[in-house]
Design a protein around this ligand. Structure first.
Ligand code: GLP
Length: 257
């Protein structure tokens, strides 16, 4: 894995946006895997600047988001559909019919085969379009990627997942109360993620320092889903100094781990 330690959140966001801009310039019909959460907000902001000032175009790009809550209407303020529209899709020249976010209505949670079908179709569509060229990831403080929560075994394909209490507590900041945080989500599986040709993981802030240090432990552990990225041949991790603060000294600057 390539590690880049940025001096702050702004620099991390710019470096990440530059990776995406480079990909889209090199291959205008790129297939991008996108993430939500607070971490990539700055990256989307920098990309908007590039679209407005540097001729970066998403006209022919296709996107697949990592995950979505189950139990929120698409137009709910905290749905990832709303997030993507507000922060990115409505402000760039992308064809909205080429943007994909996994979705399964909560009423189907008890008819799991309906959700399973939606999950399988999501993976099939990614495959049909040639696979993801560049997948952006954040990381949960418990090591989750997408919504792949720590567990004894992890599902490979897109699937429905029960959220851990830790994740629901972490995400409660976006809701008016903990009880409003959905209990389930739909997420690309680790297999879906690992099939991407290139992966870019971002993390910032001291609350991610511990999980980043654990991720670079050299061991692959399903209880730390992000550690599985160590087996992928083309992963870049861009973090700010705070998120790098618990890494061994020799890793506190840019380099190969
Ligand atoms: C959320 C999302 C992840 C995201 C992570 C970190 O629950 N499902 O895709 O990467 O948790 O979020 P944040 O960037 O807000 O710390």
């Amino acid at each position: 894995m390539e590690l880049m330690v940025a001096k702050d959140y702004q620099e991390m966001s710019l470096l990440a946006a530059e990776v995406i801009a480079k990909q889209v310039k090199k291959k205008p019909d790129s297939v991008l895997g996108l993430a939500t959460g607070s971490t990539p907000l700055g990256m989307y902001g920098k990309l908007l600047d590039m679209v407005n000032n540097e001729n970066v175009s998403f006209k022919n790009v296709t996107t697949f988001n990592l995950d979505e809550y189950v139990g929120l209407a698409l137009q709910h303020a905290q749905s990832y559909h709303t997030y993507m529209m507000e922060h990115f899709f409505s402000k760039i020249d992308i064809d909205l019919s080429n943007t994909h976010i996994p979705y399964c209505e909560s009423k189907f949670i008890n008819e799991i085969e309906v959700c399973n079908k939606a999950c399988a179709e999501y993976d099939d569509l990614i495959e049909h379009l040639g696979g993801i060229d560049l997948q952006i990831l954040g990381i949960g403080s418990n090591g989750h990627i997408g919504f792949n929560e720590p567990a004894t075994s992890l599902e490979t394909g897109t699937h429905i997942v029960s959220l851990t209490e830790e994740t629901r507590i972490a995400n409660a900041r976006f809701f008016s109360s903990f009880d409003e945080v959905p209990t389930h989500a739909i997420t690309m599986g680790v297999g879906t993620i690992l099939k991407s040709k290139e992966i870019l993981l971002l993390a910032n802030g001291s609350n991610k320092a511990e999980v980043i240090a654990n991720m670079f432990s050299g061991r692959v552990d399903t209880f730390l889903p992000a550690s599985l990225l160590q087996v992928h041949p083309n992963v870049t991790v861009i973090i700010d100094k705070e998120a790098a603060s618990k890494l061994e000294n020799k890793y506190q600057t840019n380099g190969h781990i």
